[in-house]
Design a protein around this ligand. Structure first.
Ligand SMILES: Cc1cc2nc3c(=O)[nH]c(=O)nc-3n(C[C@H](O)[C@H](O)[C@H](O)COP(=O)(O)O)c2cc1C
Ligand code: SF4
Length: 458
């Protein structure tokens, strides 16, 4: 039973900005499975069915932010309608929301109010969605927190969910070392030392059972390809009821909204080319394909040099960062600085951590433009310093040139933008497209065909 209906325990995970939408989630639901469309800046359409791209007309960031929320609600309703139509009334439709999106509660509330009866469940990750239980219960919709440890669920349960048990539909355990998108690694976990999910799932189940949640399924996400590899997890009393969520694999289907160029890249990725890194402006770890976009960030980070504003015995080498400012670096870092400047990375920018990074004038222009166009999509953003919680609407820190505008890059690549110059979130199993016989000669299955393979354990 998922969200009140008997369905196959197979779920398409939500993928923002629009890598899972009404078309893909509706197709999963049509096969009596569960489809999840993304509620983060979803597309909506004109009378002819063409996508209306987000263009923000307002001058201030606060006004653009309000515009974005209004559009997100419109888009969420539009995608729920598409999903419902495509599903033919089968399966279940869920909406995913990035909790760290600014005003995520407003969006969930707005969509649920206007799309009554079309959405059966809400999944929420990237942050601690304490208010999710109350919000979903108010609308009689099931809710699914996404966690990466029993500890995180324990905090959610104790602080909030124990009062909203009726509509707790399941707990998504997302493997923080393997899943695509943002990853919930905490300070206690080592990004270099992945742990197998088994013990972590058993711990989660034990905890859930101690709260009387024996009948609530755990939804395992991250690194799931074929179910043959997960036999030990099925009908296992230590794990209890389990369903499987696929994020990366559904991206190469006929109904997937991602572009052909993006699918082509995924078909060619080799093992090890998905990198777990921390460049997201949310501050979370995330997993994405190593392309030009990511390489630039990696090189910028590798070229980072600590500085001091005043010279001392250790930081004695002057470095002119612009026409009216000089900082001081260690003499041993001078060569590293000169190499970058000589390579054309002549724009030298301070980070909030008393370091400088180097970039080309073109990249600096783009960065300035992206900051100028900020729509305040996140509750707090390291790239632009937008802070939706504070009265001043800023974090008060320096904007961090080691990060990027996630709203822009995901929106661009989600609408046919360059797959080299934008972020390509992907799970660490994406290399299997190249070796799985289903995709031989570039074959793209329909959702129905993929689900048949998955049901066979393939
Ligand atoms: C392109 C992409 C975008 C994603 N976006 C989101 C998102 O916006 N919110 C979310 O909760 N999870 C997101 N995810 C995670 C998926 O829903 C899913 O849990 C995860 O991909 C499962 O791991 P897998 O990629 O190994 O299958 C995203 C994953 C990918 C690959
Ligand atoms: S700069 Fe940050 S807050 Fe602003 S739109 Fe981009 S990612 Fe969102």
């Amino acid at each position: 039973m998922i969200s009140g209906k008997e369905v196959y325990p197979l779920i398409e995970g939500g993928k923002g900005i629009n890598s899972s939408d009404g078309r893909s989630s509706g197709a999963w639901a049509h096969e009596n499975c569960v489809g999840t469309f993304s509620g983060v800046s979803p597309d909506f359409y004109d009378e002819k069915g063409n996508v209306i791209r987000e263009i923000f007309s307002q001058k201030t960031r606060e006004e653009r932010h309000a515009e974005m929320i209004e559009r997100a609600i419109k888009g969420g309703v539009a995608q729920a309608q598409v999903a419902h139509e495509v599903s033919g009334g089968n399966g279940r439709i869920h909406m995913n929301m990035l909790w760290e999106m600014a005003d995520s509660q407003k969006v969930i509330e707005g969509v649920l109010e206007k799309a009554k009866g079309l959405i059966n469940g809400i999944t929420c990750g990237a942050g601690m969605p304490f208010q999710l239980g109350e919000l979903a219960s108010k609308f009689g919709v099931y809710y699914y927190p996404i966690v990466s440890s029993a500890r995180a669920f324990n905090i959610l349960w104790k602080r909030a969910y124990n009062r909203f048990t009726e509509f707790l539909g399941g707990v998504v355990y997302e493997d923080p070392w393997l899943a695509g998108g943002h990853n919930g690694l905490s300070n206690a976990e080592n990004p270099e030392q992945p742990e197998t999910p088994y013990n972590r799932l058993v711990e989660l189940r034990r905890l859930m059972n101690s709260y009387g949640l024996d009948s609530i399924p755990i939804i395992l996400a991250g690194g799931i390809w074929s179910l043959n590899e997960w036999k030990d997890y099925i009908d296992n009393p230590d794990i209890g009821k389990i369903a499987f969520q696929f994020g990366t694999r559904p991206m190469i289907t006929k109904e997937s909204p991602v572009s052909e160029a993006w699918q082509k890249v995924m078909m060619q990725v080799k093992k090890g080319e998905v990198i777990l890194q921390r460049f997201s402006p949310t501050g979370f770890f995330s997993s994405a394909i190593k392309n030009t976009f990511l390489e630039k960030l990696i090189n910028r980070k590798n070229g980072e040099i600590p500085f001091k504003k005043e010279a001392d015995t250790e930081f004695s080498e002057p470095l002119k960062v612009n026409s009216h400012k000089t900082v001081f670096i260690k003499p041993e870092d001078k060569e590293k600085a000169m190499n970058q400047i000589n390579a054309g990375l002549t724009e030298i920018k301070e980070t909030p951590d008393e370091t400088v990074v180097f970039m080309t004038p073109e990249d600096w222009e783009t960065m300035k433009e992206d900051r100028k166009n900020c729509v305040g999509c996140l509750s707090q953003c390291q790239f632009s310093t937008w802070n939706s919680y504070s009265e001043s609407k800023t974090t008060g820190k320096l904007p961090d040139p080691r990060t990027y505008c996630i709203h822009k890059t995901l929106s661009e690549v989600g609408h046919g933008g360059s797959v080299k110059d934008h972020l390509l979130f992907a799970g660490h199993q994406v290399y299997r497209f190249a070796t799985d016989p289903l995709y031989r000669n570039g074959f793209v299955p329909s959702v129905k065909e993929l689900i048949e393979k998955i049901k066979n354990g393939e």
